[in-house]
Design a protein around this ligand. Structure first.
Ligand code: SF4
Length: 710
């Protein structure tokens, strides 16, 4: 077939929270088919200015139809869409009638686009009457969200990517940005080259690729971050580095926070197990640098005290006035491509759309009025770990899982298996035909994938970008917003779900962000509430809040010292550091840390297809240092069994790789491999249900394990 047209389209990369802009050439042939022929970074996109990392560059290699789910099915038999909708509607209606709306739940994903997220939240919270809608973003950044809300009154990331380049001190905490957010790391490298006096401190128990850029590495004892930042708060106070005018005019709670921050530098050095001179150097850099950014991600968030850790960082910025200014602020970086878009539309069980709170009656009334919905959930729903507990104990009887594979990503896999086996109805919407979770599905629904999906995403600097539908969906695959809208209509909710294009969903979402709440919420994109399909399709990347002119970035947040708490003042939080719950013992003497590799993404359903991406590291392994390997009697390449408190029987077998940058008695394993792939690693299964009491985010950076030679 001859190519009849060639069009360059702008979209975004579907992998990490950097949210890079991508330029793709779409060819149309004489038989009306479309194909993608060329992909490169979009030079105009402010997140990446044309650069792409290796995952983004290889997107086209991962975009084939192998392992695609193409048709709906019920109990393993192919079904039509109307039959599948009716089957689910009958089951859910019966369950709701017999047990109430909270017997139903949705478990969704940071892979969804904002429009998908909006519609599923509207259905659950405003029509079915349950707030049981949680997301795998709970595993990613929910601690950062809770900390921002406690300190600022709203979930607002106060920095942007240019701040990373225009600062004097960059403190990277619990982040291997060189591998997990490569384009941001490249921007940091370039900034340091241009400005050699800019200092970089890397706080991480493990030296890794990111450490190479650092002037100082603090290899702290795993889990001791809050000691470090409580100590910094005390140091700021003791060294005349407080911004007293800012504290007095714009904050509350400083004295209470300081009363908890009593550690001397010597004590911090001991508790964090870091040489005292290194602690002094870090503290003195923070105090002497006019501008400082704290850049943190999963190493802070995935903890049983992740919210406190994040607030201990924010406290230091409030105390020194390093916030609301160029090159200064506490900057939480999300892992997933649309973790922030989900937050905007109430994608977490404790939130309502447009940054409103489910526990606030005024907010509930506003959202219900705007939706003109028959009901509104009145209490926060179940967070991820509690949600699967409730399925296991029979309180939740039906769950609809969208675009995520909790068997692999959630801790305590045995429990997730028991829960899904017990549920009366498991619906899974996904792009793949087979994965661990789909094995438990009663109803499978084929969803569209990147290059077919059409909507918006919000990256880590609050920038909204379009992800364009470039190809015609294969088989009978549908968009997630479309699946939920059509299902809602099957349930009889015709009025609220009469969407025929994602621009209509986006416009409604934008309208809600300005509906009767201008003065209370910072999140506002209501200038787009009447957006046309054409305007939506050509929407330029912009950062919220929208002030009317989306060709310009908004003013810096908090530059006026105004926060979104009831009295407009930021709140210091008194922090009493807590150590990880999954503590080591004689039986389980090693600390297991987990994370992403440079060239893989999540459970490898896409990146596992690209030969170039599997060349970097071809199989899962356990990184340990040479002394520990000697003590275990193993050499590089030999296999070991891993077991934990979750099940004393060995659960995982991995080859050893020596990494002498690890502290003794600590080890590291990648999160990606699972039973679909050769080594059946599925590392999260070794973790218990330990989680932060406020955010509910599981402690996925610190398990106590036993390692034995095979
Ligand atoms: Fe994609 Fe993230 Fe790489 Fe950018 S940095 S190309 S968003 S994976």
């Amino acid at each position: 077939n001859t190519i009849t047209s060639e069009k360059i389209c702008h979209t975004t990369c579907p992998y990490c929270g950097v949210g890079c802009g991508v330029e793709v050439t779409v060819n149309e042939t004489t038989d009306g088919k479309k194909a993608l022929s060329k992909l490169e970074g979009n030079r105009q996109h402010p997140a990446n200015f044309g650069q792409l990392c290796v995952k983004g560059s290889n997107l086209l290699e991962t975009n084939d139809l192998s392992n695609r789910l193409l048709h709906p099915s019920i109990d393993g038999k192919r079904a039509s869409w109307p039959d599948a909708y009716q089957h689910i509607a009958d089951k859910l209606s019966t369950i709701i009638k017999e047990h109430g709306p909270d017997a139903v739940a949705f478990y969704v994903s940071g892979q969804l686009l904002t429009e998908d997220y909006y519609v599923v939240n509207k259905l659950a919270k405003g029509y079915l009457g349950t707030a049981n809608v949680d997301t795998n973003s709970r595993l990613c950044m929910s601690s950062a969200v809770s900390a921002y809300k406690r300190a600022f009154g709203e979930d607002i990331v106060p920095c942007d990517y240019q701040d990373l380049e225009n600062t004097d001190l960059l403190v990277l905490i619990g982040s291997n940005a060189a591998w997990t957010h490569p384009i941001l790391f490249q921007r940091m490298e370039k900034a340091k080259k241009l400005n050699p006096s800019m200092k970089i401190v890397h706080v991480d128990p493990r030296a890794n690729a990111t450490t190479s850029l650092a002037d100082l590495h603090l290899a702290i004892k795993p889990g001791s971050d809050a000691y470090l930042f409580n100590g910094l708060l005390a140091y700021i106070a003791d060294n005349n580095a407080l911004d007293n005018s800012f504290i007095e005019t714009h904050t509350d709670g400083f004295n209470d926070a300081l009363a908890c921050a009593t550690l001397s530098v010597e004590e911090v050095a001991q508790l964090c197990d870091v040489p005292i001179d290194n602690i002094r150097t870090f503290y003195s850099l923070f105090v002497s640098s006019p501008r400082a950014i704290s850049f943190y991600s999963m190493g802070i968030n995935q903890s049983n005290s992740g919210v406190d850790k994040a607030n201990s960082i924010i406290n230091c910025h409030l105390a020194s006035g390093k916030i609301g200014k160029e090159g200064s602020g506490p900057f939480s970086i999300t892992g997933q491509p649309n973790a922030m878009g989900g937050r905007e539309v109430g994608g977490l069980a404790n939130m309502l759309a447009a940054h409103m709170d489910i526990e606030n009656p005024k907010h509930r009334e506003k959202v219900k009025n705007y939706w003109q919905s028959p009901t509104i959930a009145t209490n926060g729903g179940l967070k991820a770990v509690d949600l699967f507990d409730a399925i296991e104990n029979g309180k939740v009887k039906a769950v609809w899982i969208m675009a995520t594979n909790p068997l692999v990503s959630m801790p305590n896999r045995n429990k997730i298996e028991r829960a899904l086996a017990k549920a009366e109805l498991v619906v899974v919407s996904d792009v793949v035909e087979k994965n661990d979770t789909l094995a438990f599905a009663d109803v499978k629904l084929p969803a569209t994938a990147w290059s077919e999906k059409d909507g918006t995403v919000t990256n880590s600097e609050r920038r909204v970008s379009r992800q364009q539908g470039l190809l015609i969906p294969p088989g009978e695959a549908k968009h997630d917003w479309q699946i939920i809208s059509e299902f809602a209509q099957t349930m009889g909710f015709n009025e609220g779900f009469n969407f025929s294009h994602p621009s209509e969903v986006y416009a409604e979402h934008a309208g809600l962000s300005g509906h009767d709440n201008h003065d209370e919420r910072y999140f506002n994109i209501s200038a787009h509430q009447h957006i046309s399909k054409h305007q939506y399709n050509t929407l330029r990347p912009f950062r919220w809040p929208l002030t009317g002119d989306d060709t310009k970035d908004n003013a810096r947040v908090f530059s006026d010292g105004k926060f979104y708490t009831d009295n407009g003042r930021a709140k210091f939080m008194p922090i009493l550091p807590r150590l990880p719950e999954q503590a080591t013992s004689d039986a389980f003497p090693f600390v297991l840390n987990t994370g992403r590799l440079r060239d893989q993404w999540h459970t490898m359903t896409r990146t596992g297809k690209a030969g170039k991406l599997t060349q970097h590291i071809a199989e899962s392994c356990l990184y340990i240092n040479a002394n520990d390997a000697d003590a275990l009697g193993v050499i590089e390449g030999e296999a070991v069994y891993l077991s934990s408190q979750v099940s004393e029987a060995p659960q995982i077998c991995l080859p050893v790789k020596i990494d002498n940058k690890l502290r003794e008695k600590t080890c590291f394993a990648p999160i990606h491999w699972n039973q679909t792939f050769a080594s059946s690693a599925s590392i999260a299964r070794l973790f218990t249900d330990a989680r932060d009491p406020l955010s509910g985010q599981p402690e996925l950076k610190h398990a106590a394990i036993q390692i034995t030679k095979v």
